[in-house]
Design a protein around this ligand. Structure first.
Ligand code: HEC
Length: 255
């Protein structure tokens, strides 16, 4: 009997040790209920809609097990305009998950600016997918987004070039952003030639064709980021700022 007990004891120890050696952690029940989107479902809204990009924002979902900071959000999109065709999980996942920056698969995010990969003048259905830590998913109410059309209403030369080629007192940029002056250089030493999309890119994202809201050039004259340009003299008028916005939204052609 003593021998039998010893044997059982050995088996017990071996079983215990092998259980410890296993790398699988004990299962934690994260639930099967998807994030609750009922209060947030209608909150998806758009801003800064350009020809190739837009910004989206929405209210956070809640979950019975996953803390708010760990809920993952994805932005899904499909060409079309009938919202009833994009309000089921399966329909949404048959669309395209839009990436922005490094990715869009992010936790605790309730706003995003998309990449510059849309078509101009096109209607899209957009929806938000919320996912909890156990991969339970649900979708919001889809919204229709229509990108701006390209109408080439503003030409670079003379309109944009002429607006820049003025003294600060006239809300222009000449006098500072010339070679040897403030960076970025818009005006070369020999005259008024400048290329906002390539040569003057000492700073990143000076002009992103089609995406005015992410273009530093637009943001500085509109005063939405950093110190508003020009730092002395007069700001550009609302109409002048708007014409530059249209020019960038149209793809910033050097026409
Ligand atoms: C009186 C001088 C002056 C004038 C005029 C001026 N700027 Fe500037 N600008 C500066 C200086 C100095 C900086 C660098 C400091 C800073 O970032 O604010 C700068 C920075 C900038 C930047 C930021 C680049 C970055 O690093 O993000 C942009 C874009 C810009 N200017 C555009 C303009 C435009 C467009 C005009 C004409 C409407 C203009 N500036 C007129 C002096 C000037």
């Amino acid at each position: 009997m003593a021998q039998f007990n010893q044997l059982i004891g050995t088996i017990g120890v071996v079983a215990f040790l092998s259980a410890c050696a296993s790398t699988t952690p004990p299962a934690v029940d994260l639930g099967t209920t998807p994030p609750d989107v009922t209060l947030a479902a209608d909150s998806l809204a758009f801003d800064a809609v350009g020809t190739v990009s837009f910004a989206a924002s929405w209210n956070a979902a809640t979950d019975d097990e996953t803390p708010a900071a760990s809920i993952v959000y994805e932005l899904w999109i499909v060409a079309g305009a009938t919202t009833t065709a994009f309000d089921e999980l399966a329909e949404v996942k048959a669309g395209t998950r839009l990436a922005t920056g490094a990715n869009l698969l992010a936790t605790d995010v309730t706003s995003i600016t998309t990449n510059n990969n849309l078509a101009a003048g096109t209607a899209y259905l957009v929806n938000i997918l919320a996912k909890d830590a156990a991969d339970n998913e649900d979708v919001y109410e889809p919204q229709v987004l229509t990108t701006e059309t390209v109408n080439n209403a503003v030409t670079f030369d003379p309109t944009v070039a002429a607006l820049m080629d003025r003294a600060p007192a006239q809300a222009g940029c000449r006098g500072c952003h010339t070679a040897g002056g403030a960076i970025p250089v818009f005006f070369e030493a020999n005259g008024t030639t400048f290329d906002l999309t390539t040569a003057a890119q000492e700073v990143s994202a000076l002009v992103i064709p089609g995406n005015y809201s992410a273009s530093t050039f637009y943001r500085r004259i509109a005063g939405t980021v950093g110190s508003r340009m020009p730092p002395v003299g007069n700001y550009m008028s609302a109409e002048e700022v708007e014409s530059i916005r249209i020019w960038i939204a149209d793809g910033a052609p050097l026409n």
